[in-house]
Design a protein around this ligand. Sequence first.
Ligand code: SF4
Length: 369
Amino acid sequence: MTSKPLSLYLHIPFCASKCPYCDFFSGRYPDETKTAYVRALTEEIKTLRRSSAFLPADVLDRPLSSVYFGGGTPSVLGAAALSDLLNAVRSRFSLLPDAEITAEVNPSVADPDRFFAALADAGFNRVSIGMQSAVDEERKKLGRRAGKREVARSVDAAKRAGIGNISLDVMLGIPLQTEKSLVETLDFALSQNVPHLSCYLLKLEPGTPFFKMRDRLNLPDDDTAADFYLITCEYLKTRGMRHYEVSNFCFADKIGRHNMTYWTDGEYLGLGPGAHSFVGGVRFFQPPDLDAFLSGAPAAYEDTGGDEEERLMLRLRTDLGTPASAFPNKKALLAQMEQNGLLTLTDGLVRLTDRGYLVSNQVIGALLS
Ligand code: SF4
């Protein structure tokens, strides 16, 4: 019997500079810290020492269906370090022949031809490029240096290296954004002929510079931001993209397989400070503390996960839908929500509409109450 595949997430907590809206566990660090981190992460991949208290005995028998280098900005480590880390993964785990191997990349990466060729040589077959906006003034407000030229250069270089499975990130509801500038960004993203776009609404996270200066940011109001989301969904769908998750769109079958694991009961192991895991029905995480990780601090228990309620909730984020029979006492509510345009009921499946995704927490909360 083949063991159930697992997904592996590696957190790279480094960025060239800190974007003012970001609350991810990441920051600027000197090269020595990066070197020490690569060493510690390599050791963790090979020994799984920090996570060992939570891992079932058969964890290494489970083939990897995906490996995802996220952050932070993994590309700041350079292609050689990323390749070394991937080699460490291969030395410890087996990978499915069609495993998806993704690195998040900043478009201003130096010498993109060399960089992407080295990634492809090491076995990376997917990249996610942080574009956010195609409009200079908007990007500047976001603290982003790279422009359209750098994005196009990186996309071309990745394709030349044989990595055609490319995703671009787009942000919605950002300072200065208008309907016209949003369409400009979407048109530019589509012009790059990439198979995947992730389009996220800006969330003001407490503790970030954006949160503190929110009244001075010239942000679209909530209704306008919601309109931007609906415009984006419609715009991309009418151009042939599948809206397969709240914020994710793809052509053909190019869904982000790693992220789909999170929404469809899949199990994943996360290594690095701030990384979360769900293995053997238990959730645990590595505390978001770089020094603690470097000195070998163990992962911490989070909770047991994967119950029916959680499964339904996560699946409703996707276009796979959830059987209506899972809500036997909510027939009237489902009918009312369908009438209000928040969901559809087809072939016995509940699927949220774009409007439903906008208020998904409330919709899901009401269905599960
Ligand atoms: S590059 Fe990404 S992870 Fe780094 S600070 Fe900016 S948004 Fe956060």
